[in-house]
Design a protein around this ligand. Structure first.
Ligand code: ADP
Length: 248
């Protein structure tokens, strides 16, 4: 048992399935018939118990308005459940895609700012999100965006691919690119080896139509070859808020 973090299975009500991912099915439900929550069932064998405990402990220690909060875990059952704050509109990438064409630049910038704030907090806690992407951000009321899955290790193909080109770029710039291209896939229709080759040759993601030159300059700064020249999330957050105040 995990002390105060242990949530009793009997205090959970399952309402409906809202998605499924790498680790299993996600339900919307209630905790103590009062708090709306997302209940993530961890599919058996999806994670070793050791990894699971380590990740859960990390997620529980971290708390910020722009991070999807983990409320607790329920280990009495098999599968184990993780209980999170519920985010009404689901994944950011899906939301961007379904509402493509309806966003103002200010809204998109605001989304990037939200993510940056959450990430700057992680950064200040010396914590590295292993998989920052629009599909790992969730969207709630008044289009506020929060970073999710910051404790999870992913061993799918996508991660292997991102690990390869992490040498060249950082997720922060790619996430901004995803937002300003309204959920398009970076490097669509290219194989991993092609992408690596193109990045080596100096190729970078093009400027999305909705991104101003200023925005593109900021996202491009994350893709500089030398890591020490790339901005931190702290820097990035300041640059974005300056930009949003200037109304450029
Ligand atoms: P993955 O393993 O692919 O990251 P997740 O298991 O985190 O996927 O989530 C799968 C889907 O369930 C998400 O795309 C989202 O639609 C939904 N979901 C996950 N967590 C939440 C949450 N806290 N609130 C609302 N919906 C969620």
């Amino acid at each position: 048992s995990y002390g105060t973090w242990e949530i009793a299975a009997t205090s959970l009500t399952f309402i409906e399935e809202v998605g499924s991912g790498q680790f299993g099915i996600v339900h919307m439900g209630y905790w103590k018939n009062k708090y709306q929550v997302a209940i993530k069932m961890i599919r058996e064998g999806a994670m070793s118990e050791e990894d699971f405990i380590e990740e859960a402990q990390v997620m529980m220690r971290l708390s910020h308005e722009k991070l999807v909060q983990l409320y607790g875990i329920c280990t009495q059952n098999d599968p184990i459940y993780l209980i999170f704050e519920f985010m009404k509109y689901g994944s950011l990438s899906e939301y961007l895609r379904t509402k493509r064409g309806s966003f103002s630049k200010e809204t998109l910038l605001g989304m990037c700012q939200d993510v940056c704030e959450g990430m700057a907090y992680l950064e200040s806690n010396k914590f590295i999100h292993r998989d920052l992407a629009a599909r790992n951000c969730l969207i709630g009321d008044s289009q506020s965006v929060k970073v999710s899955d910051f404790g999870m290790t992913r061993l799918n193909e996508w991660v292997e691919f991102m690990t390869v080109h992490r040498l060249w770029e950082e997720f922060k710039g790619v996430l901004m690119w995803e937002v300003f291209s309204e959920g398009r896939m970076p490097y669509e229709n290219r194989s991993n080896s092609d992408v690596v080759e193109e990045l080596t040759a100096g190729f970078r993601l093009h400027k999305p139509k909705l991104a101003s030159l200023f925005i593109y300059k900021i996202m491009s700064s994350c893709w500089q070859e030398r890591p020490e020249e790339r901005p931190s999330f702290f820097d990035l957050r300041n640059e974005l808020s300056e930009l949003s105040e200037s109304g450029e």
